[in-house]
Design a protein around this ligand. Structure first.
Ligand code: COA
Length: 165
């Protein structure tokens, strides 16, 4: 069974990770652990099956303000009292593991975690920051681009819930 675990800089080899995008590599190596210690975000990793110190992929979750103005009118009206959305702030797969559906697995895992969080805290949307044209990757899984920024996409919690039940 595949399972994500919290990043642990003692157990995990951070310097080995290479998704091909330097800012994402650097975030994992230098910032992810520190941000988690401060409770600013959480980073989950998928370990290599046979070598758990090797990170196959990771994602980082936190919250972000809702940009209602850049959303379709029906959603603006429905969610006008809400202020925060769940944020998939980073998501990447090491180049040695790309093309094996691990990005898909990580995205589903991240959405399940956010759905579960929304069951107790209550927020209506999930937002993702897509770097380097990866917006198309997220669109495959039901995300819609914000009107003012194609690299920022959203999906409703209601959509996520419907796709998992
Ligand atoms: C984008 C990324 C997360 C995808 O992970 P992956 O494990 O290689 O992808 P998967 O094997 O799970 O692919 C699942 C599907 O998404 C598609 N896909 C993969 N990367 C894509 C991209 N950049 N754009 C559009 N579609 C993409 C695959 O072709 C596959 O499609 P299919 O269902 O038609 O077969 C990974 O390639 C990566 O980390 N890239 C570098 C960093 C990056 O751009 N991260 C995302 C922005 S923060």
């Amino acid at each position: 069974m595949m399972q994500s675990v919290l990043l642990d800089k003692v157990q995990h080899n951070l310097s080995r990770f290479d998704c091909g995008v330097a800012p994402l590599n650097n975030y994992l190596r230098l910032l992810a652990g520190q941000q988690a210690r401060k409770d600013n975000s959480r980073t989950f990793v998928l370990e290599d099956r046979t070598q758990p110190a090797h990170i196959a992929g990771f994602y980082t979750l936190t919250m972000t303000p809702v940009d209602l103005a850049a959303m379709p009118a029906t959603l603006q009206k429905k969610h006008q009292t809400s202020t925060s959305a769940g944020l998939i702030a980073r998501l990447a797969v090491d180049q040695r593991y790309q093309g094996q559906r691990l990005g898909e697995w990580l995205l589903v895992d991240a959405m399940q975690k956010l759905l579960q969080a929304s069951d107790s805290v209550g927020f209506p949307l999930v937002v993702v920051d897509a770097k380097d044209g990866a917006g198309l990757f997220y669109q495959k899984y039901g995300f819609t681009s914000f009107a003012d920024s194609p690299n920022k996409l959203f999906i409703t919690i209601a959509n996520i819930r419907a796709s998992f039940t």
